[in-house]
Design a protein around this ligand. Structure first.
Ligand code: AHR
Length: 495
């Protein structure tokens, strides 16, 4: 038996914030422009400039929160360039991403329109690196003040009478790097100063996110928590899964088992990073008031051949699906501290949900994991004990199976499972402790015989969820199932 999983249905282990299933869309490559925004005059069917096919697909993910406008772009973005009549908006150079012209047609009003169309919460990232305190203050006033003021009046002149609902506000991005190359000590002071003027108007309270560490920069977390914890609601963390490392990077397709193994191993590193950053946060915030906001995560491969290196356009295979599943399980385990996570990025960039080519659109394997796992959003995590065999490669090993269980408000229990071994099925025995009666069980699986399997514009359904037929036995105690090699499975138990 390669896995025994005991789900303690009577032992809640915290709430899995729906914001863990958050997204990130930057003015980078073809994410915003073409991927989301095509403009009102486009032949591609759209709603006020936002393409309908992408909207419809994203709605099915119940995206809880969307981070914008960057990323590195955020610290070069001047929001006033992106409001008012579109034809009069300033054209600028997107110096960070490809040196292309940014015509500012997608700005504050368009972003909030997108959020309203998706029924998602906006998460705005402000400019610390090249912006001013006044600029940030005025943006918040423009977006959220419901009264008479220069910025609120300007918003109204631009067609929006009422302020928008905004809760999440990031004070800079990667300020240790593209956001100003600051030292932790310097940024901590800058954070304190900028956030002072990120005002709360009326009853509304903003949730202020301080720019956090890069990967394992524990010093950054230590300094930010020591110097500024009392001024923040969240502290971010960025970590990408980059086989080969940033200097080399590997192709998104055409990989072998060595790269498969490395990718899985790197994904599991997220657990170590959260554990160690959390331990530091615990010293200053034992009540866990400050949320860890993993607002950039996902795979980072070489760009597709022939595409602009600054556009970060990569294909997405079954491997990415497993990466997503493993990350979600880590975030669930740390749901007491991880309040939000945002995959990079929603469309056409890095580990995307959707790829577009002109008027065409395909869903990636990662999209399907987000769709299958959305049952965990805001559900109650259940304590789970996992004993699993190992997946060994070249003298190293990682656990073959990863699992997570939660209970929805209506009592339905969902158990998600990943088998990362590309060669071996994983027979698992699931014990359901504390559950009266035998539930009705159904399941879905995402898998393929080829680790490089992916969807293309010619064959868009190579990787898609199927009914899971691997349940071999159901009893009063639980069930037995066989997880195919390289698979993501979600089981649903209804009493
Ligand atoms: O997601 C791409 C880039 O990665 C973001 O702009 C930046 O914050 C990070 O380095």
């Amino acid at each position: 038996m390669s896995g025994t999983i005991t789900v303690n249905t009577d032992q809640p282990a915290g709430t899995i914030s729906r914001h863990i299933y958050g997204h990130f869309a930057e003015h980078l490559g073809r994410c915003i422009y073409e991927g989301i925004w095509v403009g009102e005059d486009s032949p591609i069917p759209n709603t006020r400039g936002i393409r309908n096919d992408v909207l419809e697909a994203l709605r099915k993910l119940s995206i809880p929160v969307l981070r914008w406008p960057g990323g590195c772009f955020a610290d070069e973005y001047h929001w006033k360039d992106g409001v008012g009549p579109r034809e009069q908006r300033k054209r600028m150079v997107n110096t960070h991403w490809g040196g292309v012209v940014e015509n500012n047609h997608f700005g504050t009003h368009e972003f909030f329109d997108l959020c309203e169309l998706l029924d998602t919460e906006p998460y705005i990232c402000g400019n610390v690196g090249s912006g001013t305190v006044q600029e940030m203050q005025e943006w918040v006033e423009y977006m959220t003040f419901d009264g008479e003021s220069p910025m609120a009046n300007w918003r109204k002149e631009n067609g929006r009478e009422k302020p928008w609902k905004l809760k999440y506000f990031g004070v800079g991005n990667e300020n240790w790097g593209c956001g100003g190359n600051m030292r932790a000590e310097y940024y901590a002071d800058e954070y304190r100063r900028f956030q002072t003027y990120v005002r709360n108007y009326g009853e509304r309270r903003l949730y202020k996110v301080a720019g956090g560490a890069n990967v394992d920069d524990y010093h950054w977390t230590e300094v930010l928590m020591r110097e500024a914890a009392g001024h923040m609601d969240g502290l971010s963390l960025h970590n990408y899964t980059v086989p080969g490392g940033f200097e080399i990077k590997r192709p998104a397709l055409g990989f072998d088992e060595a790269e498969w193994f490395e990718t899985m191993q790197l994904s599991l590193r997220m657990d170590e990073l959260i554990t160690r950053h959390s331990a530091i946060m615990d010293q200053y915030d034992p009540e866990k008031r400050v949320g860890m906001i993993v607002d950039e995560w996902g795979t980072w491969f070489q760009v597709e051949p022939g595409t602009n290196p600054g556009f970060l356009y990569q294909q997405n295979s079954l491997r990415d699906a497993l990466v997503a599943g493993l990350h979600f399980h880590v975030f669930h385990r740390h749901c007491d501290r991880v309040h939000m996570a945002n995959i990079a990025q929603t469309v056409n960039v890095l580990q995307a949900m959707i790829l577009t080519d002109g008027a065409d659109m395909i869903l990636t394997p990662t999209y399907h994991v987000f769709e299958m796992f959305k049952v965990h959003q805001d559900a109650e995590a259940l304590a789970l004990h996992l004993e699993t065999g190992e997946y060994e490669w070249n003298g190293e090993s990682i656990p073959q199976v990863s699992a997570s269980a939660s209970r929805r408000a209506d009592g339905t229990i969902d158990i998600s499972l990943c088998n990362v071994d590309p060669n071996r099925e994983a027979p698992v025995q699931l014990r359901l402790r504390g559950l009266a009666g035998t539930p009705a069980i159904s399941g879905r699986v995402l898998t393929h015989a080829d680790m490089n399997a992916h969807n293309t514009f010619d064959q868009p359904e190579t990787v898609k969820p199927e009914v899971f037929e691997g349940i071999t036995n159901i009893s009063a105690d639980g069930l037995s199932a066989a997880l195919p090699p390289m698979s993501v499975v979600v089981l649903t138990l209804r009493s």
